[in-house]
Design a protein around this ligand. Sequence first.
Ligand code: PBS
Length: 283
Amino acid sequence: SDAPQRTLPLHCLQISSFTNRSWSRTDGSTWLGDVQIHTWSHDSDIIRYLKPWAGGTFTDQQWEQLQHLFRVYRSSFSRDMQEFARIVQADYPFELQLFAGCEVHPGSIPESFIHVAFQGSSIVHFQGTSWVAVPDAPQWVGKILQVLNHDLGTRATVQWLLNDTCPQFARGVFEAGKSELEKQVKPEAWLTGARTPGSDHLLLVCHVSGFYPKPAWAMWMWGGQEHPDTQQGDTVPNTDGTWYLRVTLDVAAEQAAGLACRVNHSSLGDQDIILHWGEKDLV
Ligand code: PBS
Protein backbone atom coordinates (compact mmCIF):
# COMPACT_ATOMS: atom_id res chain seq x y z
CA SER A 1 0.00 0.00 0.00
CA ASP A 2 0.98 3.68 -0.07
CA ALA A 3 0.75 4.02 3.71
CA PRO A 4 3.66 6.16 4.83
CA GLN A 5 6.43 3.87 6.04
CA ARG A 6 7.97 4.81 9.33
CA THR A 7 11.75 5.03 9.00
CA LEU A 8 14.49 6.33 11.19
CA PRO A 9 17.40 8.68 10.48
CA LEU A 10 20.84 7.11 10.02
CA HIS A 11 23.65 9.10 11.64
CA CYS A 12 27.43 8.68 11.58
CA LEU A 13 29.64 10.45 14.11
CA GLN A 14 33.39 10.84 13.73
CA ILE A 15 35.66 12.35 16.37
CA SER A 16 39.28 13.06 15.43
CA SER A 17 41.75 14.38 17.97
CA PHE A 18 45.00 15.88 16.75
CA THR A 19 47.56 16.03 19.54
CA ASN A 20 50.60 17.20 17.57
CA ARG A 21 52.03 17.06 14.04
CA SER A 22 52.53 13.34 14.15
CA TRP A 23 49.81 11.99 16.41
CA SER A 24 46.04 11.78 16.01
CA ARG A 25 43.22 9.37 16.61
CA THR A 26 39.84 8.88 14.93
CA ASP A 27 36.84 7.08 16.41
CA GLY A 28 33.40 6.61 14.93
CA SER A 29 29.90 5.36 15.58
CA THR A 30 26.71 4.82 13.58
CA TRP A 31 23.20 5.30 14.91
CA LEU A 32 19.75 4.41 13.65
CA GLY A 33 17.45 6.76 15.56
CA ASP A 34 18.64 6.45 19.17
CA VAL A 35 20.12 2.97 18.73
CA GLN A 36 23.88 2.65 18.21
CA ILE A 37 24.57 -0.01 15.56
CA HIS A 38 28.32 0.29 14.79
CA THR A 39 31.45 1.31 16.57
CA TRP A 40 34.80 2.04 14.96
CA SER A 41 37.69 2.38 17.32
CA HIS A 42 40.99 4.06 16.58
CA ASP A 43 42.83 0.80 17.28
CA SER A 44 40.67 -1.39 15.07
CA ASP A 45 40.84 -2.06 11.36
CA ILE A 46 37.21 -3.07 11.20
CA ILE A 47 33.89 -1.40 11.84
CA ARG A 48 32.27 -3.54 14.52
CA TYR A 49 28.57 -4.49 14.55
CA LEU A 50 26.76 -3.82 17.81
CA LYS A 51 23.58 -5.49 16.55
CA PRO A 52 23.32 -8.70 14.55
CA TRP A 53 21.27 -6.81 11.93
CA ALA A 54 23.76 -3.91 11.59
CA GLY A 55 24.73 -5.01 8.08
CA GLY A 56 21.20 -4.34 6.90
CA THR A 57 20.45 -5.85 3.53
CA PHE A 58 23.96 -5.34 2.13
CA THR A 59 25.79 -8.40 0.86
CA ASP A 60 29.11 -9.37 2.46
CA GLN A 61 30.79 -8.11 -0.68
CA GLN A 62 29.07 -4.71 -0.57
CA TRP A 63 29.96 -4.38 3.12
CA GLU A 64 33.60 -5.35 2.45
CA GLN A 65 33.79 -2.73 -0.30
CA LEU A 66 32.51 -0.07 2.10
CA GLN A 67 34.90 -1.14 4.87
CA HIS A 68 37.75 -0.80 2.41
CA LEU A 69 36.59 2.66 1.35
CA PHE A 70 36.42 3.81 4.98
CA ARG A 71 39.84 2.35 5.85
CA VAL A 72 41.39 4.35 3.00
CA TYR A 73 39.35 7.38 4.02
CA ARG A 74 40.44 7.24 7.68
CA SER A 75 44.15 7.24 6.94
CA SER A 76 43.77 9.84 4.14
CA PHE A 77 41.77 12.02 6.51
CA SER A 78 44.51 12.08 9.20
CA ARG A 79 47.15 12.82 6.60
CA ASP A 80 45.14 15.56 4.83
CA MET A 81 44.08 17.32 8.05
CA GLN A 82 47.70 17.40 9.28
CA GLU A 83 48.61 18.97 5.95
CA PHE A 84 45.76 21.52 6.22
CA ALA A 85 46.81 22.34 9.78
CA ARG A 86 50.28 23.09 8.44
CA ILE A 87 48.91 25.31 5.65
CA VAL A 88 46.73 27.41 7.98
CA GLN A 89 49.13 27.14 10.91
CA ALA A 90 46.50 25.77 13.27
CA ASP A 91 47.46 25.37 16.94
CA TYR A 92 47.61 21.94 18.56
CA PRO A 93 45.77 20.22 20.03
CA PHE A 94 42.65 20.47 17.90
CA GLU A 95 39.54 18.41 17.46
CA LEU A 96 37.51 17.73 14.31
CA GLN A 97 34.00 16.29 14.44
CA LEU A 98 32.07 14.97 11.46
CA PHE A 99 28.34 14.44 11.60
CA ALA A 100 26.89 12.76 8.53
CA GLY A 101 23.77 10.87 7.65
CA CYS A 102 20.49 10.65 5.86
CA GLU A 103 16.82 10.44 6.44
CA VAL A 104 14.53 8.61 4.05
CA HIS A 105 11.09 10.15 3.71
CA PRO A 106 8.43 7.99 2.14
CA GLY A 107 7.35 9.42 -1.19
CA SER A 108 10.05 12.08 -1.48
CA ILE A 109 13.79 12.26 -2.05
CA PRO A 110 16.10 11.37 0.84
CA GLU A 111 17.84 14.18 2.74
CA SER A 112 21.55 13.66 3.31
CA PHE A 113 24.20 15.80 4.95
CA ILE A 114 27.79 16.07 6.16
CA HIS A 115 28.71 18.73 8.72
CA VAL A 116 32.26 19.35 9.88
CA ALA A 117 33.16 21.12 13.15
CA PHE A 118 36.56 22.44 14.25
CA GLN A 119 37.06 22.87 18.04
CA GLY A 120 33.33 22.31 18.50
CA SER A 121 32.13 24.95 16.01
CA SER A 122 30.65 24.21 12.63
CA ILE A 123 32.93 25.29 9.74
CA VAL A 124 32.13 23.28 6.60
CA HIS A 125 29.40 21.18 5.06
CA PHE A 126 28.87 19.33 1.82
CA GLN A 127 26.22 20.87 -0.41
CA GLY A 128 25.10 19.45 -3.74
CA THR A 129 28.42 18.64 -5.40
CA SER A 130 31.02 20.48 -3.33
CA TRP A 131 32.29 21.51 0.09
CA VAL A 132 31.13 24.92 1.33
CA ALA A 133 31.99 27.07 4.33
CA VAL A 134 29.32 28.01 6.85
CA PRO A 135 28.44 31.74 6.72
CA ASP A 136 30.48 32.75 9.80
CA ALA A 137 33.44 30.41 9.21
CA PRO A 138 36.94 31.71 9.94
CA GLN A 139 38.78 33.12 6.94
CA TRP A 140 41.35 30.30 6.73
CA VAL A 141 38.59 27.82 5.85
CA GLY A 142 38.52 29.31 2.33
CA LYS A 143 42.08 28.20 1.66
CA ILE A 144 41.28 24.63 2.65
CA LEU A 145 38.15 24.52 0.54
CA GLN A 146 40.12 25.46 -2.56
CA VAL A 147 42.28 22.38 -2.06
CA LEU A 148 39.43 20.08 -1.04
CA ASN A 149 37.15 21.06 -3.92
CA HIS A 150 39.99 20.35 -6.32
CA ASP A 151 39.66 16.65 -5.54
CA LEU A 152 36.91 15.64 -7.97
CA GLY A 153 37.29 11.95 -7.12
CA THR A 154 36.47 12.55 -3.46
CA ARG A 155 33.57 14.86 -4.35
CA ALA A 156 32.10 12.16 -6.59
CA THR A 157 32.52 9.52 -3.89
CA VAL A 158 30.90 11.74 -1.28
CA GLN A 159 27.91 12.32 -3.58
CA TRP A 160 27.58 8.60 -4.14
CA LEU A 161 27.76 7.91 -0.39
CA LEU A 162 25.19 10.58 0.42
CA ASN A 163 22.73 10.09 -2.42
CA ASP A 164 22.86 6.33 -2.99
CA THR A 165 24.69 4.38 -0.30
CA CYS A 166 23.29 6.09 2.80
CA PRO A 167 19.57 5.92 1.91
CA GLN A 168 19.91 2.37 0.60
CA PHE A 169 21.74 1.30 3.75
CA ALA A 170 19.28 3.10 6.06
CA ARG A 171 16.30 1.37 4.44
CA GLY A 172 18.00 -2.02 4.70
CA VAL A 173 19.06 -1.65 8.32
CA PHE A 174 15.62 -0.44 9.30
CA GLU A 175 14.07 -3.44 7.55
CA ALA A 176 16.51 -5.89 9.16
CA GLY A 177 16.19 -4.45 12.67
CA LYS A 178 12.52 -3.60 12.49
CA SER A 179 11.26 -5.89 15.25
CA GLU A 180 13.85 -4.61 17.71
CA LEU A 181 13.52 -0.97 16.64
CA GLU A 182 9.77 -1.05 16.93
CA LYS A 183 9.74 -2.93 20.23
CA GLN A 184 7.62 -1.53 23.05
CA VAL A 185 9.01 -1.93 26.56
CA LYS A 186 6.89 -0.87 29.53
CA PRO A 187 8.31 1.43 32.19
CA GLU A 188 8.56 0.67 35.87
CA ALA A 189 7.77 3.57 38.14
CA TRP A 190 8.41 4.29 41.83
CA LEU A 191 8.38 7.20 44.23
CA THR A 192 10.95 8.52 46.67
CA GLY A 193 10.89 11.60 48.84
CA ALA A 194 13.21 13.36 51.23
CA ARG A 195 12.87 16.19 53.73
CA THR A 196 14.50 19.38 52.54
CA PRO A 197 17.01 20.23 55.30
CA GLY A 198 16.10 23.34 57.29
CA SER A 199 12.51 23.58 56.06
CA ASP A 200 9.24 21.73 56.39
CA HIS A 201 9.31 20.88 52.68
CA LEU A 202 9.55 17.54 50.95
CA LEU A 203 11.24 16.89 47.63
CA LEU A 204 9.18 14.20 45.94
CA VAL A 205 10.66 12.23 43.07
CA CYS A 206 8.75 10.08 40.61
CA HIS A 207 11.14 7.70 38.84
CA VAL A 208 10.21 6.13 35.50
CA SER A 209 12.64 3.62 34.09
CA GLY A 210 13.25 0.86 31.58
CA PHE A 211 10.99 2.09 28.78
CA TYR A 212 11.40 2.10 25.00
CA PRO A 213 10.99 4.05 22.73
CA LYS A 214 12.15 7.35 24.23
CA PRO A 215 9.05 9.56 24.33
CA ALA A 216 7.39 9.36 27.75
CA TRP A 217 5.21 11.60 29.90
CA ALA A 218 5.08 11.91 33.68
CA MET A 219 3.40 14.48 35.95
CA TRP A 220 2.67 15.04 39.61
CA MET A 221 -1.11 15.25 40.06
CA TRP A 222 -3.17 16.89 42.75
CA GLY A 223 -6.93 16.50 42.93
CA GLY A 224 -7.04 15.20 39.37
CA GLN A 225 -5.08 18.21 38.06
CA GLU A 226 -1.51 18.40 36.77
CA HIS A 227 0.55 20.04 39.50
CA PRO A 228 2.02 23.19 37.90
CA ASP A 229 5.21 23.04 40.02
CA THR A 230 6.22 19.67 38.55
CA GLN A 231 9.84 19.85 37.40
CA GLN A 232 10.54 17.75 34.31
CA GLY A 233 13.88 15.97 34.17
CA ASP A 234 15.69 15.02 30.96
CA THR A 235 15.09 11.57 29.52
CA VAL A 236 18.47 9.86 29.91
CA PRO A 237 19.73 6.47 28.70
CA ASN A 238 20.04 3.37 30.87
CA THR A 239 22.94 1.08 29.93
CA ASP A 240 20.67 -1.57 28.38
CA GLY A 241 19.20 0.60 25.61
CA THR A 242 16.11 1.62 27.59
CA TRP A 243 15.36 5.12 28.96
CA TYR A 244 14.96 6.76 32.35
CA LEU A 245 12.95 9.87 33.29
CA ARG A 246 12.26 11.57 36.58
CA VAL A 247 9.90 14.35 37.56
CA THR A 248 10.20 16.12 40.87
CA LEU A 249 8.01 18.28 43.08
CA ASP A 250 8.95 20.47 46.03
CA VAL A 251 5.96 20.73 48.39
CA ALA A 252 5.15 21.69 51.98
CA ALA A 253 5.08 18.44 54.00
CA GLU A 254 1.41 18.80 54.94
CA GLN A 255 0.41 19.04 51.26
CA ALA A 256 2.04 15.78 50.25
CA ALA A 257 -0.90 13.56 51.13
CA GLY A 258 -3.19 13.29 48.12
CA LEU A 259 -0.43 13.71 45.57
CA ALA A 260 0.09 11.12 42.88
CA CYS A 261 2.41 10.63 39.94
CA ARG A 262 0.87 9.80 36.58
CA VAL A 263 2.92 8.14 33.83
CA ASN A 264 2.10 7.57 30.19
CA HIS A 265 4.11 5.79 27.50
CA SER A 266 3.22 4.25 24.12
CA SER A 267 3.75 0.73 25.59
CA LEU A 268 0.98 1.36 28.15
CA GLY A 269 -1.75 2.29 25.68
CA ASP A 270 -4.33 4.20 27.71
CA GLN A 271 -3.44 2.31 30.90
CA ASP A 272 -1.49 5.10 32.62
CA ILE A 273 0.53 4.15 35.70
CA ILE A 274 -0.69 6.07 38.75
CA LEU A 275 1.30 5.98 41.99
CA HIS A 276 -0.02 7.59 45.18
CA TRP A 277 2.39 9.29 47.53
CA GLY A 278 2.60 7.77 51.05
CA GLU A 279 4.81 8.15 54.14
CA LYS A 280 6.39 4.78 53.26
CA ASP A 281 8.06 6.43 50.25
CA LEU A 282 10.16 8.73 52.49
CA VAL A 283 13.83 7.78 52.35
C1 PBS B 1 42.44 21.92 10.30
C2 PBS B 1 41.72 21.65 9.03
C3 PBS B 1 40.24 21.51 9.16
C4 PBS B 1 39.57 21.27 7.80
C5 PBS B 1 38.26 20.56 7.87
C6 PBS B 1 37.72 20.12 6.53
C7 PBS B 1 37.24 18.70 6.56
C8 PBS B 1 36.61 18.21 5.29
C9 PBS B 1 36.37 16.72 5.30
C10 PBS B 1 37.13 16.03 4.22
C11 PBS B 1 36.92 14.57 4.16
C12 PBS B 1 37.75 13.88 3.09
C13 PBS B 1 39.15 13.56 3.56
C14 PBS B 1 39.91 12.59 2.67
C15 PBS B 1 40.04 13.06 1.22
O1 PBS B 1 40.58 14.35 1.23
C16 PBS B 1 40.94 12.17 0.33
O2 PBS B 1 42.28 12.21 0.77
C17 PBS B 1 40.56 10.71 0.27
N1 PBS B 1 39.19 10.56 -0.19
C18 PBS B 1 38.41 9.51 0.15
O3 PBS B 1 38.79 8.65 0.90
C19 PBS B 1 37.03 9.47 -0.47
C20 PBS B 1 35.97 9.13 0.56
C21 PBS B 1 35.55 10.36 1.34
C22 PBS B 1 34.45 10.06 2.33
C23 PBS B 1 34.11 11.30 3.13
C24 PBS B 1 33.10 11.03 4.18
C25 PBS B 1 33.00 12.19 5.14
C26 PBS B 1 41.45 9.93 -0.68
O4 PBS B 1 41.33 10.50 -1.99
C27 PBS B 1 42.13 9.94 -3.04
O5 PBS B 1 41.73 8.61 -3.34
C28 PBS B 1 40.36 8.49 -3.80
C29 PBS B 1 40.06 7.02 -4.05
O6 PBS B 1 40.22 6.27 -2.90
C30 PBS B 1 40.13 9.32 -5.06
O7 PBS B 1 40.92 8.82 -6.12
C31 PBS B 1 40.54 10.78 -4.76
O8 PBS B 1 40.40 11.55 -5.96
C32 PBS B 1 41.99 10.82 -4.27
O9 PBS B 1 42.33 12.16 -3.94
